[in-house]
Design a protein around this ligand. Sequence first.
Ligand SMILES: Cc1cc2nc3c(=O)[nH]c(=O)nc-3n(C[C@H](O)[C@H](O)[C@H](O)COP(=O)(O)OP(=O)(O)OC[C@H]3O[C@@H](n4cnc5c(N)ncnc54)[C@H](O)[C@@H]3O)c2cc1C
Length: 458
Amino acid sequence: MKYDVIIIGSGPGGIFSAYELTKKCPKLKIAVFEAGAELEKRKCPIDGVKVKHCINCKTCAIMSGFGGAGAFSDGKYNITNDFGGSLYEHIGKKEALDLMWYVDEINMSHGASDVKMYSTAGTKFKKICMQNRLNLLDASVRHLGTDINYIVLKNIYDELKDKVEFRFHYEVENVEKLENGYKVCGKDQEDTCTRCIISAGRSGSKWMEHVCSQLQIPTSSNRVDLGVRVELPAEIFSHLTDELYESKIVYRTQKFEDNVRTFCMNPHGFVVTENTKGIVTVNGHSYEGADKQTENTNFALLVSKHFSEPFKDSNGYGESIARLSNMLGGGVMIQKFGDLIRGRRSTIKRIEEGYVRPTLEATPGDLSLVLPKRILDGIIEMIYALDKIAPGTANDDTLLYGVEVKFYNMEVQVDDNLETIHKGLYVIGDGSGVTHSLSHASASGVYVARKIAESIES
Ligand SMILES: Cc1cc2nc3c(=O)[nH]c(=O)nc-3n(C[C@H](O)[C@H](O)[C@H](O)COP(=O)(O)OP(=O)(O)OC[C@H]3O[C@@H](n4cnc5c(N)ncnc54)[C@H](O)[C@@H]3O)c2cc1C
């Protein structure tokens, strides 16, 4: 075999697998194949002047390249089993948490030592939330910010680059099973390895489906999260964000008893677009440095939709809704909360008249033409519930961007070693459907590396 281990994808899952393998088994021959670019060459062409909207690059610089979808993310490492994935179901709650703390240590030692750790446990906000039918989830969070996150990634890359062979701009097409390992093939490259770790993330979800179908690895898929990104003046949430940075709050709607939750809160942040294979959705991030901060805070409000038999294509459902919004808005759509409540579309004039300056240029429209009633009703109910703990949330000028979709990769059947039915083939990170976050994806990478190290030693 040419390599001992080939890692496909250099997002947090792939990076932390490579990192831990070099620590535990320095003699192994390891290669990392990545469809996107090196860290410093990753650049989204949207500059707000010449290029204002997503132009569908062959590989999206936001989603692909060294650092994966995490590179320009907000860099919020939430250390919790309450959200961010179900890694604990495979490896146990204690080990999952221990690994997340270990990842935190590595981040700290690679440039994040000055970044504060926030915690929601035991704060006064839990009680205030409960009194208003809201549930504040427990988590410790270290917010690296897009800027420190970049430095950490660069430092990790510098440490790895002489120990691991990185190949960028290399999209793997097939993984074939051999008698004693795997053949990993691209358009005009072919390599063999004893063990293969696939960490293809969300951008690789379609490709992951192809791999699973070729290798007959069982999968399941039944969940998609749909909603909007809310943007409002940072002062409205400052009492929460100053103390907790991010608050994960869940609300159970009175009408349908659905759970609506806040997701990815970005104090003084930016709303951004995200392109997954031509489907434009909305997301958000923020910088740690005060000079790069805005006057607004943004966060998503999401409703999880679980489907039952016979429907299996939950991502297809989410994609159709995102496509509808792209069709009407030419990309991301924006609406003032007041306009939504009054049943009218927003216009450029009405947005300009408002007090909240949008941080993303989006097409004014009517989200009620895009989101299913049940989901929209849940979001409106939650905005009024949040207004009780953060008065001003339900102001007319609050901006809603749509749609935000969290596509969950189908869940790949893996055992407690995160190994598929094929010995030596591991699937980790968001591409496995087991994780949906930086901490969990990174922890899954460390875990698999340790399992490989153990199997080599024994
Ligand atoms: C804008 C944004 C903000 C976010 N903010 C946060 C946050 O603050 N906190 C948080 O916890 N999470 C956040 N996330 C989610 C987080 O980034 C992901 O959960 C995490 O990156 C998953 O890591 P991963 O390694 O599993 O996959 P990814 O990071 O998606 O990496 C997968 C890599 O595999 C490569 N790849 C895919 N297919 C192939 C192939 N066939 N051949 C070669 N390479 C391939 C891709 O190019 C990509 O680089 C955010 C995501 C986005 C987009």
